[in-house]
Design a protein around this ligand. Structure first.
Ligand code: TRP
Ligand code: SF4
Length: 397
């Protein structure tokens, strides 16, 4: 499924690889008859994207439907979607639509994968979407025991300025707190009538009250922009959020007659690998991870230097056969986040597969300098965004 780079740009080698091939032995082995259960609050990751697409009734992502696809779209970071044609149509016909995402204020760090979500939100914002970003303080309280006030404090001090620093337009983004939004909580009560206990259990694997509260609040988030003026909306998310999308779409259909809701569309991005090449991103495991921000350049360099690569066992073998960028974490991070310029990324790829660069040389030429630049740019933009946020009125206080 090659990705094209859009008008006038040659197909970029190495950018259209399929990550499913990566480290096959680490894939969660599923009995082929069993359903894929995605637990939004769990640690298990599902890497079988093809299967997820099948079982969740998604479409594989086709960036040709969107004008000027962003880097994440062109480089295959987005792998699936639901009902994206209705969004493409709104863009084309200049009809109103919205884009919405949520932030869990559970730590003062942003996962690299979240950068993809933000770039997708920015893309739709630039295409004219009404943009909502909510702070999931209710969900953080219910599932992570973060006190609501603490969640708000973190969001104002870190997450909101960070989302702006990564590209959102503060003037065009409506930020709100779940705990303060009356429309959302009223809609929760309406949606609660439309799902049975068995359905909830089938989707989430449990009916724990904290999960019920969080899932319904998220459904309220996702659908509330349509109160008053029903319109299509797109929710960019990591795959762990697929159950919420599924339930929101079902409930939207059930409320269609009364409220005119459109089932929300979704665009799904792939997981980010951990530094050691595994798919696990849990804090205590492996050699750590790169998150936003990375303030200590030395530490960042150490992490990149220790990262799992697609290098060969010996120097001679690598010169002869070339490296394997398709399983290399350094290449993945550069492709998905650090190197924005297509030509530079193409060169990195070429110099790897032809054996021109050994991994140490490649990290010195590409991995380290571009990672450093990414975080320096972020730090600057973050300082500026903090000033913007100080002037904005977000929430009640
Ligand atoms: N549950 C999401 C997370 O864990 C946060 C969230 C809450 C959200 N409401 C949302 C995401 C609505 C997308 C849309 O990150
Ligand atoms: Fe990865 Fe670079 Fe080594 Fe290739 S040369 S495997 S891209 S670190």
């Amino acid at each position: 499924m090659p990705q094209t780079l859009g008008k006038g740009i040659k197909r970029l080698k190495g950018v259209d690889y399929v990550m499913e091939e990566k480290k096959k032995e680490e894939f969660i082995e599923n009995d082929s008859k069993s359903k894929v259960i995605v637990d939004p609050w769990g640690k298990d990751l599902v890497q079988d994207y093809a299967r997820l697409i099948r079982e969740f009734g998604m479409d594989s992502f086709d960036n040709n439907i969107f004008p000027e696809p962003n880097l994440q779209m062109r480089r295959g970071v987005n792998f699936g979607g639901q009902d994206l044609e209705q969004i493409a149509k709104c863009i084309k016909d200049k009809k109103p639509f919205y884009c919405l995402t949520g932030i869990m204020p559970s730590s003062e760090k942003i996962h690299l994968g979240t950068e993809t979500v933000i770039q997708n939100v920015k893309y739709f914002q630039d295409q004219g979407a009404k943009t909502y970003v909510l702070i999931a303080d209710v969900e953080s309280q219910a599932t992570r025991q973060v006190p609501i006030e603490e969640g708000k404090r973190r969001a104002l001090a870190f997450h909101i300025p960070a989302y702006i620093a990564l590209g959102l337009d503060p003037k065009k983004t409506h930020f709100y707190f779940q705990s303060e939004n009356k429309e959302v909580s009223n809609l929760v009560a309406i949606c609660a009538q439309k799902v049975t206990e068995n359905e909830f259990r089938a989707i989430y694997g449990s009916v724990h009250p904290a999960k019920v509260i969080s899932a319904f609040t998220q459904m309220g988030d996702i659908l509330h922009p349509q109160l008053g003026e029903p319109m299509p909306g797109v929710i960019p998310v990591g795959i762990d959020q697929a159950p919420h999308i599924r339930m929101s779409r079902d409930v939207a259909r059930r409320l269609r007659e009364e409220y005119g809701f459109f089932p929300p569309s979704a665009i799904y991005n792939k997981y980010t690998s951990a530094l050691d090449g595994s798919f696990k991103m849990s804090k205590s495991e492996g050699i750590g991870k790169i998150e936003i921000p990375e303030k200590d350049t030395k530490d960042l360099e150490k992490k990149i230097n220790k990262a799992f690569t697609g290098g060969r066992v010996t120097k001679e073998e690598q010169r002869a056969k070339g490296g394997q960028p398709d399983i290399c974490v350094v290449f993945e991070y550069c492709k998905n986040h650090f190197i924005k310029d297509d030509k530079t990324l193409s060169k990195m790829y070429e110099e790897c597969v032809t054996g021109k660069n050994l991994c140490g040389e490649c990290k010195a030429k590409y991995g380290n300098p571009y990672a450093k630049k990414f975080f320096e740019d972020f730090a600057k933009a973050f300082e500026k965004a903090k000033k913007d946020v100080a002037k904005m009125k977000i929430g009640k206080e």
